[in-house]
Design a protein around this ligand. Sequence first.
Ligand code: KPL
Length: 319
Amino acid sequence: MVTGSLIRPKEQFLDSKNKSSISCCILGAGAIGMIFAVYLKRIGMKVYVIHHRNMAKTMFEIQICDSDLSGNYSFEIAAPENIEETDFILVTTKATEVLNALEGIKDFLNNRSDVVILSNGMGFHEKAQETYGSARIFAATTTEAAHISQPGIINHSATGRTVIGGISSKRSPNWLPIWLNAIPESSWTQDIKTALWEKLSINCVINPLTASHECRNGELIENPALKELVKDLCLEIEMVSNAAKIPHAKEPLFDIVSQVIFDTAANFSSMLQDVKAGRTTEIESITGYLVETAALFKVDVPMNNKLLKQLQDTRFSPN
Ligand code: KPL
């Protein structure tokens, strides 16, 4: 994985605060959001959940299974002053919801707000920085995997690695040592865009292929015809990375993607889950962003174009 230059302060803590006085607000209480909420809470941070739909609720309760985090957890719903005063807001919505979700809390963002966006896809981080210029926007990408198996119950299917970096500023935030301490296998990079591109490349292969063939991730390698599609798609994406001069790992993209497929073989990709549930998919922020980049550098990407069109047209009804 390409992570740029990594800094991992081990035992540094903030000068003026201890862990229990550091707070974070989670915007997007889905499976990944709540896994991160628990990681942060478990080291003693105060973690709130931003919840719009039912402000009458004061606590947000979840259960985690299949994990060393397994257990029941409850989080306070954030009041406006918690959002204004928090050390950072962690946005873990779908890519399609990031900008709307930030719009919903814009009155509580100020020039001391730090916002970390942890969502698949690219393109919206810069839009968020342009729109909320006074706040500092960070991006993170992770290979943690989790899904909601029943309302309030989260299956933590794989632990992974997480990379975080700044969008407009390369200066790390003062709460970074706490983040690195809380989130397993996490690192800071000066070049988050390269890390986001690598995750985007992986998602461009696994997500639309599993969604269009309605299969688990593992079948992409087990089925010889699908494996050929994976190989060809990887080559097409590498042509775009090369044309755009995006630094990339020494190994071929096919090897990186195969490893992710192997690690998540039993999973249904998030895009297939969205399609099955009749939800809007992240195809525009994933394959759509790749296709736009390819056009900018005049690279033909027929397979990606086909998958983009196919997924844009796909409308399954929820089961
Ligand atoms: O991130 C994923 C997703 O499903 O969105 C992958 C890596 C494809 C794992 O399923």
